[in-house]
Design a protein. Structure first.
Length: 376
């Protein structure tokens, strides 16, 4: 039997040693600081996108610009939202072209600027919206009023439930004693309500004085009949049972001082909760495991502030509505900040972005509030 030459063994040892040193060096290297890019700067030109023949086409809006569109990675569909500059509800395609719009009549409006208007598309194609201080309105795709429920104590969120009832909330300048969540039948009959003051002691401090006591800003009915409620001014989200008792409390204070939770949403199939933690700059979209409460995924961007909605899309991407801080990251000088919504992959690559190009938001939380994406 022929012996292997020793020099081969030596070469293998030396290569192994060098590789080991390289690995250790890499592990201990300080990462090079990447320059802060604004979302617009990471843009790919829309014109380069291959437009699917399935895409519904519409008309260009002078204020909307798509700065990123990766047609292979984005969840292709249409996006429904409110532009609160002029109180118009838009549905746009992936190019930002308007394929549908609706202007709520003046008599539905209480405030000049719609505050926290939620808009959703129902399974039958109708559109359901909550108009703060006014009520809930359901229209068909031609804009005809199909159903309404007037209640001055309404804001931020409305959901049509599987049983046909409607769940809505009140957190805009709410006071202790107000019902923060209500469920009404199609006949307008109140069948369930939840008051924070039944479960929390009223404490009149600055923390609890920002636009109301609790400033509840979101609710979701879960399949077991419990209800997820976002108590913004308490920095908490709670799950309450049918009798109103709090059966679960998620405390967001551990994510930093004054992080306002927005639009927490439980995805039961994925056993996770996705929430926007708004804290002017930076902000974070955080996904936690429902049971362990461990962070499974989180996204922030140095050019991003004031996100108030994040939705997990069927392809695993996340649609986030917020404000681009112009790349300055400066919470004082916000005059160059503009409204934006972005779609990011699980790997945190921006694959779609829509911005308002002709009007900055200044110190406002932005002209977009929430958005919904519908697949083609
Ligand atoms: Ca809703
Ligand atoms: Ca909801
Ligand atoms: Ca949404």
């Amino acid at each position: 039997m022929r012996k292997k030459p020793y020099w081969i063994l030596g070469v293998v040892l030396v290569i192994g040693l060098l590789a080991g040193i390289g690995w250790v060096t890499k592990k201990t290297q300080t990462p090079v600081e990447e320059p802060v890019e604004t979302i617009a700067e990471v843009a790919e030109v829309v014109a380069e996108a291959e437009i699917s023949s399935e895409m519904p086409r519409g008309t260009t809006h002078p204020s909307f610009e798509i700065t990123v569109y990766d047609e292979n990675q984005a969840y292709n569909g249409t996006t429904l939202f409110v532009d609160t500059r002029d109180n118009i509800i838009y549905e746009v395609n992936m190019l930002g072209e308007v394929i549908w719009e609706f202007t709520p009549p003046d008599e539905w409006l209480v405030y000049k600027n719609i505050i926290g208007l939620d808009v959703e598309k129902l399974e039958n194609g109708n559109v359901l919206m909550v108009i703060s201080g006014s009520g809930i309105y359901e229209i068909d795709s031609s804009g005809n009023l199909i159903w309404s429920h007037s209640d001055p104590d309404v804001s931020h969120d409305v959901d049509r439930l599987e049983n046909g009832n409607t769940l809505y909330i009140f957190g805009n300048n709410d006071e202790a004693g107000d019902a923060n969540v209500k469920e009404v039948t199609s006949a307008g009959e109140l069948v369930w309500e939840w008051k924070a003051s039944d479960h929390y002691e009223y404490v009149d401090t600055d923390q609890f004085a920002a636009q109301g006591w609790t400033h509840v800003n979101g609710a979701q009915r879960l399949s077991d009949g419990t209800t997820l409620i976002s108590l913004r001014n308490f920095y908490k989200s709670v799950i309450v049972d049918g009798s109103g008792e709090i059966v679960r409390e998620y405390d967001w204070a551990s994510f930093g001082a004054n992080v306002d939770p927005h639009e927490p949403q439980i995805y039961e199939d994925e056993e996770m909760l996705l929430v926007c933690l708004q804290n002017d700059s930076p902000y974070e979209a955080v996904q936690i495991n429902l049971e362990t409460e461990e962070i499974e995924w989180a996204y922030n961007h140095p050019a991003f502030r004031t996100a108030r909605d994040c939705d997990r899309l069927p392809n695993g991407n996340t649609l986030i509505v917020g404000v681009n801080n112009g790349g300055t990251g400066n919470a004082v000088d916000m005059m160059d900040d503009y409204s934006v919504m972005v779609e990011v992959t699980p790997d945190k690559e921006i694959v779609w972005a829509l911005k308002i190009i002709d009007e900055t938001v200044g110190s406002k939380p932005g002209w977009f509030y929430k958005a919904e994406r519908f697949g083609l």
